[in-house]
Design a protein around this ligand. Structure first.
Ligand code: FAD
Length: 275
């Protein structure tokens, strides 16, 4: 069982609990992006099992008529087993899932294979696939130029990994500056398919201004348990998705949220004490 302190950041251990969470969000105007926790599998059987779980999850969304989609990690569906395993499992998921499929971005050395797979599926499905790009990587300007004419959606995030300084911006203020620059580029050059993956009010405000200026549609994405009241407020005016992790491997995910931001621990503790 997930202890109450971690419960804010994950939607339970089972697919049924995760789908219930989407239903609750939908009732308040927010859509769901489901992520089964798991990464860095070295065994093909583990990768295949999670690929199958995503297909079942997509089927659950459709069966329950929920407004949501799925987001997979390349290393969860086979990238560390081999490029073939990743590509086969992604193809299986995209083919079988009756919903939009996001591909998360992991370490910097997985960017090329992830972008190649995304681009192929985005073109084949006429845009039913999305990919995440990280503002802290120096190459992201070129990546966005490459993706500007590709169908599908692109989620811009600041970057959760620690790439080496030769290829990445390491100062937080510089990453914020690049996020602004990339977001501006996306609103100028993308026809649609912009996802703002950030809890930073400065970035969501900028997206709103850019939307006013250019009229380009966009969506805001935030994580379960983070600025949820802002999510519900924004959903009154904009398309908002909550990225919803769930599953038995919740501990390392919870630990990462706490490491990323100490206030998360206080926030989680307050929620427990107050409940
Ligand atoms: P930060 O720069 O961490 O914080 C800026 C401001 O946001 C803070 O000053 C505060 O005002 C507000 N804020 C932030 N956190 C909180 C909080 N807990 N409570 C209240 N206010 C807060 N990274 C990847 O590398 N690959 C991915 O595929 C990926 N997918 C993601 C998907 C989604 C939907 C989201 C939201 C993030 C994803 N990330 C991913 C993580 C991302 O790269 C960042 O590490 C993470 O979002 C933190 O950056 P931030 O822009 O949210 O805000």
């Amino acid at each position: 069982m997930i202890p109450p302190i971690a419960n804010n950041f994950v939607a339970g251990e089972t697919a049924a609990e995760a789908l219930d969470h989407v239903e609750e969000l939908n009732a308040r105007g927010v859509k769901g992006i489901l992520n089964l926790l798991g990464e860095h599998y070295e065994d093909r059987a583990d990768a295949d099992a999670d690929a199958e779980a995503y297909i079942d999850l997509a089927e659950g969304l459709a069966r329950r008529d929920l407004d949501g989609c799925i987001s997979v990690k390349p290393s969860q569906i086979g990238l560390e087993v081999g490029d073939d395993a990743f590509e086969e499992n992604l193809a299986r998921i995209v083919e079988a899932a009756d919903c939009f499929v996001w591909v998360d971005m992991e370490d910097h050395d997985t960017v090329d294979v992830t972008l190649d797979a995304f681009e192929r599926h985005a073109r084949e499905t006429d845009g039913n696939v999305g990919v995440c790009v990280q503002a802290n990587l120096r190459r992201t300007g070129e990546t966005l130029e490459r993706l500007a004419d590709c169908p599908g959606k692109v989620r811009l995030v600041k970057g959760a990994y620690d790439p080496p300084a030769e290829i990445a911006y390491t100062e937080k203020s510089k990453v914020d500056e690049m996020y602004r620059e990339y977001l501006t580029y996306m609103f100028e050059e993308f026809d649609d398919g912009i996802a703002v993956g950030s809890h930073d009010p400065a970035m969501t405000d900028l997206a709103r201004e850019l939307h006013e200026e250019h009229g380009t549609p966009f969506e805001i994405q935030m994580l379960t348990g983070v600025r949820e009241s802002a999510q519900f407020e924004l959903a009154e005016e904009y398309e908002v998705y909550q990225y919803i992790p769930y599953g038995s491997k919740w501990f390392s995910y919870f630990y990462r949220r706490i490491r990323e931001r100490k206030q998360n621990a206080l926030f989680a503790l307050r929620a427990v004490v107050g409940s």
